[in-house]
Design a protein around this ligand. Structure first.
Ligand code: ADP
Ligand code: TZD
Ligand code: MG
Length: 569
């Protein structure tokens, strides 16, 4: 019998680390504190990359975007109650956007929490997380850590990806067990996101519908970008000859300059198309639910490719649902098209090309203006050229006008290079996503931020400087939310709710942490500063002075604002 004095032991701390590493999860985004401080130290000592943030929400956004970029769950680590709640926004965001992520949170002792005896940071975290994520698990015994982490990984990435919560009570970390038994309890998840082949008859039906179309359209969503089936998607689009529209984060899946891109003719193709094939895109508010004014009055038939069967018919009838993973579905469609597929009628594709050319030509001179103070077109014209010259850089983008103008002006050339506010249009993803993208890909990141949007995560520029990440933040400073020109109608001392301190110097914040701060008043200044930042890889913040009159209310979605007939002046 083994001598218990010399028997090798392990504990919860090490089992969690070993389980993550075994599954090739080597990066943790989080904020330390009770009960996970030592866990973070040990994870770093065991060779994991442990990145500490200033606020859990941004660690969570970093983990969520890591999931989108890598198809592996991003890991966010938080302390109990308040830290957990701070991370929860990002977990809900990941779930909403179908990004795989695992929020691991330390928690207080079950016995005390369940009797509500007032433990340190007491909260029934599992119950609170459940409705906001795809799955939620708690591990109480060291021997269950391997299974707990395996389940979390599989839940996050199989089927429709999403956020998973893993609750680890403080006591678990210190639980001791025999090292061999511990090692044997770990699980390396086999084929965590198995292929899901579409039914052959649904593929045939989709092809029939596409064949019968006079004015077909393909819409690519961020699910298509996530799937990493880039070559097949491109082949499908090109072989079919069908014009396509990329949703925001699907831009670059094919280059925005592709001859079949209908991006600049969006209104036309939505209105006039007769058959629309959605690939990894939902008919939610971002596509006006597939009906109403923006879709025109011509009858439409929808084909939809999605891994989630419940997505079909969510807003309108789907005549050809193709359920499966995008890689398998797209390759089945390609096979089924055969060699004699005929391109859509030329009057349709020519009309789109003409519209695209007109709109692009109309925009071109505006993008070259060198106005001071800058307007959105002049400033974004500069950044557009920079991304054209550096197509492998990653663009992070949030704001209202800053988001809408950048989305339409900056062409993307490679898949998964445009990261933005996602399905909720959430402000605050900026620095977290920039950090996650820089860490996961090693590529330079350009974060184009409204001044309001930037404020949600601004303190994380310290994190950027601390880890010396190649991130260039450009703050579009128009003194406020949408515009800087609102006034308080009472004439009182408080400024209007949408207005910030005038001419704030965000560039000086970056200097405070040892980064490079630049004050830019013209498109030429901006070009110079951003190119320098991208060449040097040094953390940089460019305060881009934008005309405070230039923006419009809520950017391009002002129609979603409720209107008062009583108080509106
Ligand atoms: P967008 O906002 O770009 O229109 P959405 O987030 O609305 O995109 O839609 C993404 C869709 O992609 C979701 O319905 C999701 O189920 C689906 N999806 C995600 N990954 C895959 C995959 N690998 N295979 C098939 N569908 C996927
Ligand atoms: N809070 C959160 C978390 N998400 C939101 N989307 C909002 C608030 C509301 N909101 C928007 O939808 S855009 C925006 C807010 C506060 C900021 C717009 O101002 P900006 O951009 O300075 O970032 P522009 O260029 O001035 O329009
Ligand atoms: Mg602003």
């Amino acid at each position: 019998m083994a001598d218990t004095e010399t028997e090798a032991l392990t504990d919860g701390f090490h089992l969690i680390i070993d389980a993550l590493k075994l599954n090739d999860l080597n990066t943790i985004y989080g904020v330390p504190g009770i009960p996970i401080t030592d866990f973070g130290r040990m994870a770093q000592a065991e060779g994991m990359r442990v990145l500490s943030f200033r606020h859990e929400q941004h660690a969570g956004y970093a983990a969520a975007i890591a999931g989108f970029l890598t198809k592996k769950p991003g890991i966010c680590l938080t302390v109990s109650a308040p830290g957990f709640l701070n991370g929860l926004t990002a977990l809900a965001h990941a779930t909403t956007n179908c990004f795989p992520m695992i929020l691991i949170s330390g928690s207080s002792e079950r016995e005390i929490v369940d009797l509500q005896q007032g433990d340190y940071e007491e909260m029934d975290q599992l119950a609170i997380a459940k409705p906001l994520c795809k799955a939620a698990y708690r591990v109480l015994h060291a021997e269950d850590i391997g299974i707990g982490i395996a389940r979390a990984i599989r839940a996050a990435i199989s089927g429709r990806p999403g956020g998973v919560y893993l609750d680890l009570p403080a006591k678990l970390f210190g639980q001791v067990m025999d090292a061999d038994a511990g090692a044997a309890s770990l699980v390396k998840v086999i084929d965590p996101a198995p292929r899901q082949l579409p039914a052959p008859e649904s593929v045939a039906c989709a092809l029939d519908v596409l064949k019968s179309a006079k004015r077909p359209l393909i819409i690519l969503g961020k699910g298509a970008a996530y799937a990493q089936a880039d070559d097949d998607i491109r082949a499908l689009v090109e072989k079919s000859g069908i014009p396509y529209l990329p949703m925001s984060m699907a831009k670059g899946l094919l280059p925005d300059t592709h001859p079949q891109s209908a991006g600049p003719a969006r209104s036309l193709v939505l209105k006039e198309s007769d058959v629309v094939m959605l690939i990894g895109a939902r008919l939610n508010w971002l596509l006006s639910h597939g009906k109403g004014k923006s879709w025109g009055d011509k009858p439409k038939r929808f084909v939809q490719i999605d891994i989630e069967p419940k997505e079909m018919d969510s807003n309108v009838e789907i005549v050809a649902p193709v359920v499966g993973d995008i890689g398998s579905c797209v390759s089945a469609l390609l096979d089924g098209m055969g060699d004699d597929w005929s391109a859509p009628p030329a009057d349709w594709t020519n009309a789109i090309t003409a519209k695209v050319e007109t709109n692009v030509a109309r925009m071109a001179p505006k993008l070259q203006n060198n106005n001071v103070p800058m307007d959105y077109q002049g400033a974004l014209g500069s950044l557009r050229t920079i991304i054209k010259e550096r197509p492998d850089a990653i663009l992070v983008n949030e704001g209202a006008n800053t988001l809408d103008f950048a989305r339409s002006i900056i062409d993307m050339y490679q898949p998964r290079k445009r990261l933005d506010v996602g399905t909720w249009g959430v402000m605050g993803i900026g620095m977290g996503q920039a950090i996650g993208a820089a860490v996961e890909t090693g590529k330079p990141v350009l974060a184009v931020e409204g001044d309001s949007a930037f404020g949600f995560s601004g303190m994380e520029i310290e994190t950027i400087c601390r880890y010396n990440l190649p991130i260039c933040v450009v703050v579009f400073n128009n003194n406020g939310i949408y515009r800087g020109t609102d006034v308080n109608p009472t004439g009182g001392a408080d400024v209007a709710p949408t207005v910030f301190v005038k001419d704030a110097r965000y560039d000086k914040m970056m200097e405070a942490f040892g980064g490079v701060g630049v004050y830019a008043t013209s498109p030429d200044d901006l070009t110079r500063a951003v190119n320098e930042a991208m060449d040097s890889g040094r953390p940089t913040l460019v305060n881009a002075v934008i005309d405070e009159n230039a923006g419009t209310e809520s950017g391009r979605i002002g129609n979603l604002n409720p209107q008062s007939v009583v108080s509106k002046k």
